[in-house]
Design a binder for this molecule. Structure first.
Ligand code: ATP
Length: 230
């Protein structure tokens, strides 16, 4: 079953077009990795999917429903979870409080499920989010994104700026999430992304220039090398 379908999306910042004619589909249970250089339009595409940004043209369908024009909170209620690049955890709240807020919106996945997926967070329940390391904050942001009834998780560069040891933890967490959820993953770490992805799309200058199955693709693939900064 197709969970997410983008049809010819154009999104702008003011007069400036950031993405043009972006179309792809994501099947339920799959992981789609989105690659491209800085400024290629990956974040803009995620923001257009979740409704932080309204596309000027095109359609977003989620669970076979046209959600274009719906505000973000309604898409989240329908089952989208968005983990932005800058994580946006609530620094002054504890880990448990950060997880209590989205858990209040209903759905089946509880903070206890999140602690099971992220044992590190379990030990940090009482710690203020602002005191956590970058990797711990990333895990908290991901845990928050999947609470409630999330079916589609949108992850924007979850390993950016993290130490290699922490990257390994985040990789493991994403691998476990991939068993439960449909994921759109923006990730510059090609090895990590290719190890979890089923399909790959490559953006360049706001346009989709390549789509492929992840199987058989390697980080030194010519198309990836051309369009992804390493
Ligand atoms: P990065 O890895 O740097 O986040 P990206 O592939 O996610 O890159 P986007 O952030 O989607 O790319 O940017 C696409 C284009 O839109 C770029 O030309 C960028 O300069 C522009 N852009 C992004 N955010 C804004 C904004 N808030 N206002 C104006 N232009 C923006």
């Amino acid at each position: 079953m197709t969970l997410l379908e983008l049809d010819s999306l154009d999104s702008y910042y003011g007069q400036s077009r950031a993405i043009e004619d972006i179309s792809f589909t994501v099947e339920q249970g799959d992981v789609l990795a989105m690659f491209g250089r800085n400024g290629a339009g990956k974040t803009t595409t995620l923001r257009s999917i979740v409704g932080v940004l309204q596309p000027r043209e095109g359609t977003v369908r989620f669970k076979a429903r046209d959600v274009t024009g719906l505000p973000k909170f309604e898409r989240v209620q329908m089952g989208m979870g968005y983990v932005p690049e800058d994580r946006q955890v609530w620094s002054n709240l504890t880990v448990a409080e950060n997880l209590a807020v989205p858990a209040g919106r209903g759905g089946s996945r509880t903070p206890e499920d999140a602690y099971e997926l992220f044992p590190t967070l379990n030990e940090l329940r009482g710690a203020r989010a602002g005191t956590l390391s970058g990797g711990e904050q990333q895990m908290l942001a991901m845990a928050r994104g999947l609470l409630g009834g999330t079916e589609l998780l949108l992850l924007d560069e979850p390993t950016e700026g993290l130490a290699p040891k922490i990257v390994a933890d985040v990789r493991e967490a994403i691998t476990r999430l991939a068993d439960e959820l449909t994921i759109v993953l923006v990730e510059q770490n090609l090895d990590l992304a290719l190890s979890v992805a089923d399909h790959v799309v490559v953006l360049s200058n706001g346009e989709l220039v390549h789509a492929a199955d992840a199987e058989g693709l390697s980080a030194d693939d010519e198309v990836l090398r051309e369009h992804v900064s390493i």
